[in-house]
Design a protein around this ligand. Structure first.
Ligand code: ADP
Ligand code: MG
Length: 420
């Protein structure tokens, strides 16, 4: 699934790249086409005017009439300048006779070739301007003036506007595609995860049922073996070598009994028996009872004396006993076992922290699986029981652990479990 997501993302990236490049390309081409159109239109007008002015002479109102007649679309203004920057003709007749210094016009006089550029009018509109050298006969002499043709860009830029719209549209479409794809990946991942969890739950339920049946069948024979071994042991002399064998038999039987007890705990479905009690008292009771109480482990209980909880006392005790025992077993050297609790909204957060050997991420992944153990004498059922009982108490359990440094088991329990 992870790999599929990466492929989909890469594909999407490639698609986005192609889409944006093609839209940008279209935009660039349309810009060039628009510029070409403006230039052709302006040059045609210039050639036309060159001819007419040479034939008709400079008539004061000629440009004004041309622009206002509307015969030539898109003309913003027309003007004719002489070398001294004097306005000889203009479509706005008020400007005729004025001097207007303009570096563009000077350059056309200097080079003798037409040049185009954009300029902004007093109205704020940006227009296309062609400055065209015009050769003109006057009083028998050939003079050169500069004809300026300014065109509105709006009509020619229509194609550019379309291209820009297309660019925006394709960007938006790609954005939507990205969002949809990520939503899809998210939902597929979630459903795969949920399916896996469900399968795991079913597997565990089946395992529990089998374990319960097996445990019942085994319990009585173990009891008899242990009983007879003890009986035989009592009959032997103290220094008899067989006594040692019988002792081992009894010890192994005790171990098997623990396994069977754990199995039954794990498999048994018991109704909750709720009561309200002091949490600190229960914790102290568990610590006292936990097997293998050790001198080298310092104990710190940080729970306020009057913190109460309404829950199933026996089940919570089972949970704590298992957690405390694991913590003690994890601490080979001396260290502190801290048990603390605080209220958080309608929950109680209960933490059991040890300074033991901690867990690798691989072990951490598997601790709740029944029969998973890293201990030679372990049953691997402790944490499975803890998980099951915690869920029954409507709580959650989280584990933080770093290898070689210790672990924290965090139980989040409701302050008040709802009666079933
Ligand atoms: P068991 O104690 O019989 O091995 P559990 O189900 O209680 O079975 O624990 C399973 C495994 O989880 C342990 O074998 C151990 O590797 C790991 N584990 C549990 N608690 C701790 C802890 N506090 N520190 C380190 N490892 C732990
Ligand atoms: Mg254990």
């Amino acid at each position: 699934m992870k790999r599929a997501s990466i492929y989909i993302t890469l594909l999407l990236l490639a698609f986005t790249g192609a889409m944006v490049t093609s839209a940008l390309w279209t935009y660039k081409l349309s810009m060039q086409a628009a510029m070409g159109n403006l230039k052709t239109a302006a040059t045609n007008m210039a050639v036309n005017l060159d001819f007419t002015l040479n034939n008709l002479g400079l008539r004061r109102y000629y440009f004004q009439k041309l622009v206002s007649s509307g015969d030539w679309e898109a003309v913003a203004f027309l003007a004719l300048y002489n070398r001294d920057s004097e306005v000889l003709l203009h479509s706005n007749i008020n400007l005729i006779g004025l001097r207007m210094k303009d570096p563009h016009i000077q350059r056309v006089f200097a080079t003798g070739i037409p040049m185009d550029h954009f300029m902004t009018l007093g109205t704020g509109e940006k227009v296309y301007v062609l400055d065209y050298p015009l050769h003109y006969h006057r009083e028998g002499k050939l003079r050169t003036e500069v004809l300026r043709i300014a065109l509105h860009t709006y009509p020619a830029m229509g194609v550019v506007r379309k291209a820009r719209f297309q660019l925006t549209l394709s960007l938006a479409a790609t954005g939507v595609l990205w969002i949809l794809t990520f939503l899809l990946i998210f939902y597929i991942r979630r459903s795969v995860r949920m399916e896996r969890q469900l399968a795991e739950k079913e597997r565990l339920a089946l395992l529990g049922e089998m374990a319960a049946i097996l445990a019942h069948e085994i319990r009585n024979p173990i009891g008899s073996i242990k009983g007879f071994a003890q009986l035989l042991m009592e009959k032997k002399e103290d220094d008899s070598p067989e006594r040692e064998f019988l002792q081992t038999m009894v010890e192994e039987c005790i171990r098997l009994e623990k396994l069977v007890r754990d199995l039954l705990h794990y498999a048994r479905e018991e109704r909750l028996r709720l009561s309200t009690f002091l949490l600190k008292e229960l914790v102290e009771e568990c610590v006292k009872q936990s097997e293998g109480h050790r001198e080298d482990i310092k104990l710190a209980i940080e729970i306020s004396d009057n913190l109460t909880i309404t829950s199933d006392r026996d089940k919570l005790k089972q949970i704590l006993l298992n957690l405390i025992q694991n913590s003690q077993e994890a601490m080979k050297q001396e260290g502190t076992l801290t048990i603390r609790a605080h209220e958080k909204g309608d929950k109680i957060v209960l933490e059991i922290q040890d300074q033991g050997k901690g867990m690798t991420p691989e072990v951490r992944e598997r601790i709740f699986q029944p029969f998973f153990t890293t201990k030679s004498q372990g049953t691997g059922l402790g944490m499975a029981i803890v998980k099951k009982l915690t869920e029954q108490l409507e709580g959650q359990i989280h584990v933080e652990s770093s290898y070689g440094q210790g672990s924290v088991f965090r139980l989040i329990l409701p302050k008040k479990v709802n009666p079933q």
